[in-house]
Design a binder for this molecule. Structure first.
Ligand code: MRU
Length: 358
């Protein structure tokens, strides 16, 4: 399994995804600012992975803090939180990871500063390990919705590279294959930065899952001719009513699925659900450099002076989502908000396998 990030010997080791699939090289981050730069430049990307990277940045940055008291330590660690929260705005996982590290810190206020520093590393590593387990659970639930012989469309990269391991959208595919189902994955290029072509295709080839690459604009034609049985994508942030922020182009895929009666599933760990907001339009959408659109692999493809819109993500309203694959089961969008309530009968909310939703 590909490892996107690791905390080792007081360094955070990041696989440089901007170089894939041509070069496997690692960046050894020795301070938190380097990790923040890696997130901004997409050397590490994908919502859960940048959440993990932020937790590791907090743990790494904490090692350099000199403080006599807990309050002084908290004061000095604040700029690290601020830096990580300012890296990318859309994925809620960064905020989630920062809140978790902050709560953890407050719970351990009685410890010595030396112990606190060790505990923060342990907690960041725990977030990574838990993420892998969460993805396996998403995979187990989601695989029930994949039939032998299915062709699955995915968009962008919601695989191992985007998480601690296994991926969110790819976990059900991996588990369906382990269950002996013959599946085929169609991955679209995902312009402008080609996460589908460069990353998802590369990952799936390594897991021996048959994969076919298409241009972004081919999905509709393939759906119309009956080639695609279902779509599974990831999410950077999903609101409590089930509106989904994900890589630009996800909305197009979702609308095409609806038009062609194809189930559209979103693999969403609970850390990607923002229970504090109702509507997708409240999610901040990252705008990236025009250069990402006017060039491919550093080569200019558009005339000088052209105007560019380069939104990194779009919003898919919940009405287009057939169901969410989460670590707690598979749920209809309208039931997502019930997952944080203490007294729900989760079994009664869980969707049963594909016969019922197709
Ligand atoms: O800009 P990116 O490459 O970070 O965008 C990533 C995505 O859109 C993923 O689908 C999303 O983060 C989910 S990853 C499990």
């Amino acid at each position: 399994m590909v490892k996107a990030i690791e905390f080792r010997d007081n360094r955070v080791i990041i696989l440089d995804q901007t170089k894939l699939p041509f070069e496997i090289s690692y960046i050894e981050c020795t301070d938190y600012q380097m990790i923040a730069q890696c997130i901004k430049k997409l050397c590490i990307r994908g919502a859960p992975a940048i959440g993990i990277a932020s937790a590791m940045a907090i743990a790494l940055g904490a090692q350099d803090i000199e403080a006599e008291s807990f309050d002084e330590f908290v004061l000095k660690i604040q700029p690290i939180f601020d830096t990580m929260l300012a890296t990318r705005p859309t994925a809620v996982n960064i905020r989630w990871a920062c809140e978790r590290m902050r709560d953890f810190l407050n719970l351990h206020r009685e410890e010595t500063i030396t112990t606190l520093k060790d505990l923060l590393i342990e907690e960041a590593n725990k977030i990574l390990q838990e993420d892998i387990e969460i993805n396996k659970a998403i995979g187990k639930w989601g695989a029930e919705f994949i039939k032998d012989g299915d062709t699955i469309l995915t968009h962008c990269n919601a695989g191992s590279l985007a998480t601690g391991g296994y991926g969110t959208a790819t976990a059900p595919m991996i588990i369906a294959k382990e269950q002996g189902k013959n599946i085929h994955v169609i991955v679209d290029e995902t312009r402008p930065l080609l996460q589908g072509a460069r990353l998802t295709a590369w990952e799936l080839i390594q897991t021996d899952i048959p994969v076919t690459l298409i241009t972004d604009s081919s999905a509709g034609a393939l759906m119309r001719q009956g080639t695609i049985d279902l779509a599974i994508v990831g999410t950077d942030r999903t609101t409590k009513r089930g509106d989904v922020a994900n890589k630009i182009g996800t909305y197009t895929v979702a609308v095409l699925c609806k038009e062609n009666n194809i189930p559209f599933y979103v693999a969403a760990p609970l850390s990607s659900i923002d229970f504090s907001i109702e509507w997708g339009d409240l999610i901040p959408i990252e705008e990236r450099s025009p250069q990402e659109v006017t060039t491919i692999g550093g080569k200019r493809i558009a005339p000088e002076g052209v105007n560019v819109i380069n939104r990194a993500f779009d919003i898919t309203p919940s009405k287009y989502v057939t169901a969410f694959f989460t670590e707690k089961g598979v749920f209809k969008p309208r039931d997502l908000k019930k997952l944080i309530s203490r007294d729900i009968d989760i079994d009664s909310l869980r969707l049963k396998p594909y016969e019922k939703v197709r």
